[in-house]
Design a protein around this ligand. Sequence first.
Ligand code: IPT
Length: 948
Amino acid sequence: MIDGQRKVIWSSEMHAFRLPSPDLWRDVLQKMKASGFNTVAFYFDWGFHSPKRGVYDFSGIRDIDRLLTMAEEEGLYVMTRAGPYVNAELTRGGFPGWLVNQRSRARTDDPDYMAAADEWLTQVHAIIRKHQINGDGKGNRGTVILHQIENELALTTASQRRYMDHLYAKARADGITVPIFHNDQGRNGYWVPEDSKVEKVVHGPNDMYAFDGYPGGTCTVGGKVTRGSAAPDWGYYGPGGAKGGASASPNTPGFLAEFGGGWFDYWGSNGGYECNARQRGKRFQRVFYGTNLANGIGIQSFYMGFGGTSWGWLPAPVVFTSYDYGSAISETREVREKAEELKQLGGLIRAVPDLAGMIPAGAPTISSPNIQVYHNKSPETDARFLMVTHKPSNGQSDDRFTVAADLPDGRYTLPMQLRGFDAKWLIAGVNLGGQRLVYSTSELQALTKHAGGDLMLLYGRTQEPGETVLRYASEPRVTVLDGQVTSTFASNGDLKLGYTHGTLARVRISGGGRPDLTLLIGDEAEGVKFWQEGDMLVRGPALVRSGALKGGTLALTGDTRAEEPLEIWAPGAIRRVTWNGVVLPTRAAGGTVVATQPLPAPASFTLPTLKWRAAPGSPETAPGYDDSKWQAIDTRAYASITARPDGQPNMLMDAYGFHEGDVWYRGRFQGTPAAERIQIYYGAGGSGMIQVFLDGQLIGDHELPSGLPRPITTGTATFTLPEAARTPGEHVLSVMLRNNGHNWDLDADDFHKEARGIVSASIEPRVGPSFSVPIAWKIQGRAGGEDIADPVRGVANSGGLDGERRGWHLPGFDDRAWKATVPAAAGTTWYRSSFDLAVPKGQDATIGLAFGDTTKPRSTGRYRVLMFVNGWNMGQFIANIGPQRVFPVPEGILNHRGRNTVALAVTSDGAPENALEAVKLVTLRTVRGGIPVAPVAAPTKPSELKAD
Ligand code: IPT
């Protein structure tokens, strides 16, 4: 209940840290609101804010306060999920880099760990507290309604219980007053509120119980969706019923903190995001989310609503740069077809508050064995919800059938169709404004006010018949303004309308003892053209973001993909309409306001061809390279879970303050005739790699495998040493190691502390007894280590390539001395290109970088690229692994109206067949509209970086 009103919480997730352009957070939030959501869920990533123990940053792209203010301004409730552990396919599951050096077990009540976690919680709670719907007691207030502690903590030991108690107490002590929950990985009954007195579940300190689920099949190779499983009955309709074993926590509201609204994709896949979007897309949402709702899941949040980009070094080893997730809002910020369906479902939830808190009503009589109907009622108003789907719900047959049910206004038989995998969300016996809906075989998308009466928008599957029955005291007058609608009036007061769903029909009903009613009835495609803004319905544009009626002027903002019409239904008089600030010529027509000319389409624009300058980028390989300032490897404390051979120094990168990206090692040894091979045991995440040079010559490289479920994140590489190693005197090994992220800690087993960097390295003889050739190692990584040189772009942005350390990735670096081409060489070569963009004013576009042949998931060439856009590390392309070869870059990072610089760090063995392929700018989406986006301020010149 919020302010005494029972509400269905209809939410989806976004991660602000996956969109490093804060103005665009508002774009996503507006699209979520327009897609029918009333709530947004946010994870916060501890590591994103903390480069070093005791150091926290909540500015710029990390401004959570601004994010929560925006959500409030856009009219969304918020669920905050601050960890400390979140998972989320983030490196270390959201833990900061420095935490991997902590020996105490994470996610337990070990005091060292809890002290570290408290540092973060103190900071983040202080921000969240001010945005709670209950206020913070100091005059600050916002829209945060629920707060999560921890995530999927499936270990339920006494230590974990004390840890959960601590997290709860800490939140309360820090002024979090909204209900607190935890997200159980599946409905196990972990951390059910203490006082719920359910046996056989694990109790915790929480106020509410929540769980997650990702059911519904997968995309198969070749991009085919499967409908291999039915929607789970997790509540009322599960075995045992409402108070039985099926409900893990029957005394708290049904609460899905995450329900799969897509799925992530991984290194080496065939590129599954479009397939994921269809798998958990249109129809799936009706069937699965509807089954949840029918089962009493009153709070559900879809993961993800907008996935975004795991830019820089954000990703966990399982995922590549794009975190599109097949979400309703794509990585390019496109409102996908599935978002339009969500708008229709969210519209029903908004129109019918009676849906909140419903319980099962009597089973209806169904004429087909292929069909099931979930029949619920409101205990307060007796209003009904009938969720009609196949039996089992993943059935895909075409069926005609009837559903007979005792409804509040009598016993009725509904003629129905269900064609293929689908569900219908029907309501019956419900008061809608001043009207009484007896039943409808159409679905309700919107209820609002119009022309002194009510307005309803109903829709159905195209070309299917529908009927709607309304109750009157006496026969009303029915005027069909548009389309073919029949009506009959019965002595019991029922007015029955009959029609076929197709182009929009318009009906006006007056008299009969009720306020006037305008009925709009169309097929799904007609329905999705409508947007609701307050009490208004707006039809036509690709997106309506806002609509404010002041003094007779209606100011609308939104997007068009093409020339699009505009029609407005409003409760009061509109004298003037503006669209994105420009006055529109309109006329009044049959009670609506219609634009007399279409809304303008986006203009086309061209993108420049990129011209490059290059420079060699691996000076560390040269035998005479000066590494005197590098840290010497020593025997400091070792906190990793990865076992290492006895007597080795601690070579792990994290131990030296380098947690992200690339590190270099240099090792000196004395040549010896028996030296045959070098064996290197290392950790580098999924698709991580090393390159090994001896005295400046590449002796080999090695890649870790990709793939699911758990990529192999450590490995051993053996290289044959060249003759040089056997000649007397000092020799230098130079090893470049790319860390593609630390593991998550999903199972609370300190998996995030798996080794990154070299674990051990040994020179081995051809034959004979093992021997030991001492190697004196040094290490270098990103500038400043934990004292990061670029706190504005932050932890995720940079690693330890020489070019990164020198600021070659920054737009203001002077590359005039660079050449048009450089000879191919093993190691890393840098390329830079500067260009101007001129996206027409008033247009929103998503522009990306494309590598090589984008019709294929991978190349035959073997190379990898870190791409920096105006200094921002926007991702990694691994040509031979794939599948991502197109990388969207958000506006704000890209300057859409001015100068830009792209810098690429390309790493290969230098063979001609492994050279960089053609790199192009591509327009991935363009609309007229959008919102103003300021460039994200950040250092532009190397001299602006903090000294190493
Ligand atoms: C679950 C996590 O809670 C979430 O952080 C994210 O990792 C998501 O699912 C997958 O994308 S993990 C669970 C499905 C094992």
